[in-house]
Write a protein that binds this ligand. Structure first.
Ligand SMILES: CC(=O)N[C@H]1[C@@H](OP(=O)(O)OP(=O)(O)OC[C@H]2O[C@@H](n3ccc(=O)[nH]c3=O)[C@H](O)[C@@H]2O)O[C@H](CO)[C@@H](O)[C@@H]1O
Ligand SMILES: C=C(OP(=O)(O)O)C(=O)O
Length: 421
């Protein structure tokens, strides 16, 4: 386990480069096993989730190798292999091996996924999707065994009971090589789903409507990667640095962004009164003046992302007056940062799953714990704002999804160090 040590109060300025989207990457790597030819992914974030997915690929005799931020995955000699435990528990997105193995071999044996403890995270819609494509699904000793019928999976009309990123992606992965047409209704519309569909379509898949709530997939027998795929920028990492820049920046440019992916987030940051200049693929964040308190409700894309409610919290703490409100409709129990922030002198609490935030100008360093990735981001930004030393334990949860974070913060002038705990 690692810990992050921050000495706060330093002026931060300069440029920060946003990496490829974690939530695309963790789908693209499992999706690579659908290809019969080697796959090249560009702009891959250097994060622990990727390292763990590479270990899972190795268990299936799939080689993968990094050169800077390019990852080459060679599934030519893939062997069908059960993935019951171990690394599968280290991240949420390991569940994409269910859809990918099913699409490639007609069979998957995968342990229950791990990932962030942000409240209940059922996968009933993934399972329902596989069943509607004709698969049999059994749950045996904490393992999910999914088997296609002898004649293979067939297309189906699947209505998701709730908008789910994971279920939408898993069904796409299983359906791309099924016979006939699959239609996913009430599909998630996140940009990462468009990114995955672009990757698969460039390998010969026929997916239409990604980015809307109705996705049509016409199955094809075989997929083959031909071109390198460049992963979209991480909108959550970008939002985190924009919040950081507004909290403690003396002029920070956040580079490699797609503004449209950040619309709902930027609208809220603007509502608070943060000055920003948006250019083609970067945003310059001016040092913040007096900030207004705001209310935020998280929603599926294009609404305000649940993954940004914690990173924006330190900015609400910086407001001059009023009461801020955050309601997370996706994960109402995603509040593990609250007691940690209180320890740093922040005036905020939870009432009936609603986070109430008050201006907190006297933040002080403390020993805190990053119990999940975005809680870690909130603590990291608050540590940079606070007086004195902050020690964030369980910093692996930050490293799980923030690309080369120590380097990026240091380049901005932060006094930060990640050490073994
Ligand atoms: C690797 C990845 O991309 N992770 C993201 C993905 O997680 P993930 O794909 O796991 O999240 P979902 O979009 O599936 O979850 C949305 C909501 O649906 C519920 N649900 C989901 C599936 C299901 O079968 N049954 C069910 O009830 C969940 O409990 C949650 O309340 O989207 C979340 C919501 O934007 C983000 O916080 C995560 O960063
Ligand atoms: C919840 C998140 O990730 P995961 O779904 O991988 O746990 C996140 O990125 O905020």
């Amino acid at each position: 386990m690692k810990k992050m040590i921050i000495h706060g109060g330093k002026p931060l300025k300069g440029d920060v480069w946003i990496g490829g989207a974690k939530n695309s990457t963790v789908a693209l790597i499992p999706a690579s096993i659908l290809s019969r030819t080697p796959v090249t992914l560009d702009s891959v974030p250097r994060i622990q989730d990727v390292d763990n997915l590479m270990d899972l690929l190795a268990e299936m005799n799939v080689t993968s190798e990094f050169v800077e931020t390019t990852l080459k995955v060679d599934p030519s000699n893939i062997e069908m292999h059960p993935l019951p435990a171990g690394k599968i528990k280290s991240l949420r997105a390991s569940y994409y091996f269910m859809g990918a193995l099913l699409g490639r071999f007609g069979r998957a044996v995968v342990g229950f996924p791990g990932g962030d403890d942000i409240g209940p995270r059922p996968i009933d819609q993934h399972i329902k999707g596989f069943q509607m494509l004709g698969a049999k699904v059994r749950n045996e000793n904490d393992e999910i065994v999914i088997t296609a019928p002898e004649e293979g999976l067939h297309g189906a009309n699947i209505y998701l009971e709730m908008v789910s990123v994971g279920a939408t992606i898993n069904i796409i992965l299983a359906a791309v090589t099924a016979s006939g047409r699959t239609v996913i209704e009430n599909a998630a519309r996140e940009p990462e789903i468009i990114d995955l569909s672009t990757f698969l379509n460039n390998m010969g898949a026929r997916i239409r409507g990604a980015g809307t709530d109705t996705i049509r997939i016409d199955g094809v027998p075989v997929l083959q990667a031909r071109n390198a795929h460049t992963i979209i920028p991480d909108r959550i990492e970008a939002g985190t640095y924009i919040s950081l820049a507004a909290c403690v920046g003396e002029g920070i440019r956040v580079c490699n962004i797609i503004e449209e992916h950040l619309d709902s987030f930027l609208a809220k940051v603007e509502e608070m009164g943060v000055g920003m200049e948006v250019n083609e693929d970067s945003i310059y964040v001016y040092p913040a003046g007096d900030l207004q308190m705001i209310q935020i409700k998280t929603m599926p894309y294009p609404g305000f992302a649940t993954d940004l409610q914690q990173p924006i919290t330190p900015l609400l703490l910086s407001a001059k007056q009023g009461e801020g409100v955050i309601i997370d409709t996706i994960y109402p129990k995603r509040v593990r940062h609250i007691p940690e922030l209180q320890r740093m002198g922040a005036d905020l609490h939870v009432e009936d799953d609603i986070i109430l935030i008050h201006p907190s100008s006297h933040l002080k360093g403390a020993k805190v714990s990053a119990d999940e990735i975005r809680a870690g981001a909130a603590l990291m930004i608050t540590g940079l704002m606070a007086e004195g030393e902050t020690v964030i334990e369980n910093a692996d949860n930050i490293l799980r999804g923030y690309d080369r974070v120590e380097l990026k913060l240091r380049q901005l002038g932060a006094d930060v160090e990640i050490v073994d705990a």
